[in-house]
Design a protein around this ligand. Structure first.
Ligand SMILES: Cc1ncc(COP(=O)(O)O)c(C=O)c1O
Length: 286
């Protein structure tokens, strides 16, 4: 089957040339996006992803021209038309197409594009075995809470980590550990789970929120949303990253220094099992 996408509600061939030269997403990164995982033919946590999308649109004053019901329908349409049961759906809304000028055009219609890609039905090697993290400077702008198309800092950071043989770049701003380049970062110290507080310097990850609202309380684990520095992270017994694509990846070393004893810790393991159980339940996997 041909790879497919969706443009303003209509299914298209993914390789069709649909981005006009003057789309503001293309020229300015003036837009927002979401990535949602598909497990067993069902979107996982679609509602919170779409709620965050509406928030990102509001923050950038891009009008929301599709309802939640329409967006949910487009996700289902892509799953049905592609026949993909396990993978990910990428959704992007740009401010629209207008002659290039920094200020917002007076009349412009936001543009929606979506695509679906197949993935594995089983967890990745990184999720199963863990990986290394590299502490890197956080060189992004100051509105990391908006899931905007401007990802150059994240892209450069991820590549730096990859070049060092690491699964993620863990970013540090003014001495404080913020988050991964495409994930949130947690450490476990003396049985307490720590992560950076929700603010403009991190993205409020949907996986992060699921952990905080559901998994940690269910497991009876204590969470501290407080700033911590590199030395604190390095002295933790366990560390992991969370994300829609990453799920829960145990971080076994930080900039070459083993975290704890350098193997997957018991608390990380419990949290990862609980996350899989939630997916199984919502997506009727078993
Ligand atoms: C910078 C950043 N932080 C955190 C996350 C994790 O967010 P979520 O759990 O919603 O995928 C992502 C995901 O892409 C991200 O890009």
């Amino acid at each position: 089957m041909k790879p497919i996408g969706l443009l303003d509600g209509k299914i298209i061939d993914l390789n069709e040339n649909v981005v006009p030269m003057e789309d503001r997403g293309h020229q300015f990164g003036d837009g927002v996006y979401e990535v949602t995982r598909v497990y067993n033919g069902h979107c996982f946590a679609l509602k919170p992803h779409m709620d965050r999308l509406y928030r990102s649109l509001r923050e950038l004053t891009i009008p929301a021209v599709y309802t939640y019901e329409e967006l949910a329908e487009f996700h289902e349409l892509l799953i049905k038309e592609s026949g993909i049961t396990d993978g990910a759906i990428y959704l992007q809304i740009t401010r629209g197409v207008a002659p290039r000028a920094h200020g917002f055009p007076e009349t412009v219609v936001p543009r929606l594009t979506m695509s679906i890609r197949p993935g594995s039905a089983t967890p990745s090697k990184n999720v199963l075995e863990g990986g290394k993290g590299l502490l890197i400077p956080d060189e992004r702008w100051l509105r990391c809470d908006i899931k905007s198309l401007n990802l150059l800092g994240n892209v450069m950071g991820k590549q730096k980590a990859k070049d060092a043989g690491c699964v993620e770049g863990i970013q540090v701003r003014d001495g404080i550990v913020t988050e991964g380049t495409s994930s949130n970062f947690f450490v476990v110290k003396d049985e307490v789970v720590w992560t950076h507080p929700r603010c403009n310097l991190i993205l409020t990850g949907i996986t992060r929120t699921i952990l905080i609202d559901k998994i940690l309380p269910d497991l009876g684990l204590v969470l501290v949303e407080k700033k911590f520095d590199e030395a604190f992270a390095k002295s933790a017994q366990e560390a992991f990253i969370t994300g829609t694509n990453s799920e829960i990846i145990p971080i076994l070393a930080l900039s070459r220094q083993p975290v704890g004893n350098g193997s997957i810790g018991p608390i990380t393991s419990k949290i990862r099992d609980a996350y899989w159980a939630l997916i199984d339940e919502e997506c009727k996997r078993k």
